[in-house]
Design a protein around this ligand. Sequence first.
Ligand code: HSE
Length: 403
Amino acid sequence: MIQVAVLGYGTVGSGVVEVIEKNKEMVNKKAGEGLNVKYILDLRDFPGDPYEQKLVHDFAQILEDDEVKIICETMGGVGPAYTFTKQALNAGKSVCTSNKELVAAHGPELIALAKEHNCNYLFEASVGGGIPIIRPLNYSLTAERIEEITGILNGTTNYILSKMEKEGADFDDVLKEAQEKGYAERNPEADVEGHDACRKIAILSSLMTGKNVDYNQIYTEGITKITSRDFDYAKSMGMSIKLLALSKEIGEDTLAMVAPCLISSEHPLHMVNGVFNAVFVKGNMLGDSMYYGRGAGKLPTASAVVSDVIDCARHIGKVIMCFWDNEDAKLLNIDDIERKFFFRIKSGSAEKTCALFKGAELVRLPEVPEECGIVTPVMKEKEFATLYEQLGDERIGTRIRME
Ligand code: HSE
């Protein structure tokens, strides 16, 4: 019997206990040995909970128990979770986590520490919730040179954008409704400003490059400036607007970015709607592949944590290879990246704007004759920014990148 401890009895932690219990037979068979949750660590008490007797308040009790071989860290945040993870790995206990903040901030250090102590630090649930993406990158696509990873990695923002598109609703109204339904956090900043997706693409980029992609260096823009009018233009062009988190090899360097982008109906991510997530991966041999599913939620996320527990159980005393070095990846400055841009202006400025952005195309919507949309030719971000600035008050809303 392999003893397991769960740190944090919140949504994901309680889901981990539920998955291990509900799928006991299958989980044990696949682990090759019985798994038992011996401890659940939480500051709170849960009177009447079926696993009440397993609750402990002191991490030392878990750390000092030699029977515990695998720890699920489902606490979140970087404070105590970081300390507990280091202590566990130093004691030779494997750690499986859903904590993207901690993985993005200290991934290579924790992976190296696990290796040093002949155990594992696994993080399948940290990106894409229940969607298998870390393991495919680590295990399955090992013959590939990965050239691009583009994901819809945040369910909250994808839900909001999908609703805006479908119902013509405004951002603030959809966010409020999403909060009332419990889809969006009461403090939605990490989601709507793109910080959550940024950490997730930092993790995927690091696995893509094998080097450390620092999330602080990733250009990140959220969805708060996108309006229902932008979707009217997108629709008229046969496009959609999605919050994309992307990472691309360009020459020897890497472009990593999070931003709302216009994508055509041909793009594989176009059909990803609602709370669903998807990750598009392009390999130099395989070509395109895509991984789709529930990127959040108690049981999907817990299922990914338990898949890591099973992997650890199969590899007690052995290290599962993970290529994520401490060396920093060289990230390209977004200013030098070339693409098309879309923006809106007052109708009276159409001629001037087309002269400024040579080769630009006009997009008109019959219902709003007072304004028009502009699609620029392919140009560098910094050149676009300089010209766009010159339009001053003639501009309406925000500019959106085209992918
Ligand atoms: N807030 C995240 C989302 C949860 O909306 O996708 C999963 O990381």
